[in-house]
Design a protein around this ligand. Structure first.
Ligand code: KIV
Ligand code: NA
Length: 265
């Protein structure tokens, strides 16, 4: 695929090719992620945590999401860019949801949006889809509802919540979403959902039986060493690497090793 579209992702699922997805929030990081061949870049509202240092995703604003998204869009040449609608920008009513959706599409140049929830936000999702904007769903542990859940533990372990999740996934497929993120649910439930719909299911902490995987880039690069859920695989220890490099810089400045004769005019 020269350029990933929502259609490419549906084709990948049909052919059994797994979909790779990572977050990015800025130009430099997005350029690396795009060049490395990641299919989908998510401008997640996890920017509230990893970029801004908030404890939850609730505080990030629509304007801040647009700033992150436009920075990412300027960097990419192949990846599909999906942007989270932040908390408070779509829950009031479908008109507000559509207005927020249009602002992100117009002001950032992103390709698609992601909203948390199922039947509760059905009318808003429909409205956005009717405007020609591709929508991705997000079910399971939906962090914008953290105060309803009370903790970040695994969701849908009980039958009732699992059944609602399955129904919500089928509903999102029926109304026209091009994919769904499933976060932190049992692997067997996630696999059953993936087998029950023809749109791609992208998992985070949802096992290997789904159609693709997503991680927060700061987590998989090992930039935060405090956050260690079971589902996270660390591909680097950038926290250690960067701390050592920066410490060396401090040492070199203090010892007058930097700059040397070749590093000046
Ligand atoms: O905001 C985010 O990073 C996300 C992913 C974890 C799916 O929504
Ligand atoms: Na998110």
């Amino acid at each position: 695929y020269k350029r990933i579209t929502t259609k490419s992702l549906i084709e990948m699922k049909a052919h059994g090719e797994k979909i790779s997805m990572l977050t990015a929030y800025d130009y430099t990081m997005a350029k690396i992620v795009d060049t490395a061949g990641v299919d989908v870049i998510l401008v997640g509202d996890s920017a509230s945590n990893v970029m801004a240092g908030h404890e939850t995703t609730l505080p990030i604003t629509l304007d801040q999401m647009i700033y992150h998204a436009s920075s990412v869009v300027r960097a990419i040449s192949r990846s599909l860019v999906v942007v989270d609608l932040p908390f408070g920008s779509y829950q009031s009513d479908p008109k507000e949801a559509l207005r927020s959706a249009i602002r992100i599409m117009k002001e950032s140049g992103a390709h698609a949006l992601k909203l948390e929830g199922g039947s509760e936000i059905k009318e808003s999702v429909k409205r956005i889809l009717h405007a020609g904007i591709p929508v991705m769903g997000h079910l399971g542990l939906t962090p914008q509802s953290i105060y309803k859940f009370g903790s970040y533990t695994v969701r849908a372990k009980e039958d009732e919540e699992a059944e609602k999740l399955m129904e919500d996934a089928k509903l999102l497929e029926k109304i026209g979403c091009f994919g769904i993120v499933l976060e932190k649910i049992p692997a067997d439930l996630a696999q059953r959902v993936a087998e029950s719909v023809s749109i791609p299911i992208i998992g985070i902490g949802a096992g290997g039986g789904v159609d693709g995987q997503v991680l927060v880039i700061h987590d998989m690069l090992g930039m935060n060493n405090e956050f260690s859920p079971r589902f996270l695989r660390r591909y680097m220890n950038l926290y250690e690497g960067m701390t050592t490099a920066i410490g060396q810089y401090v040492t070199d400045v203090k010892s007058k090793d930097f700059p040397n004769a070749n590093e000046q005019y």
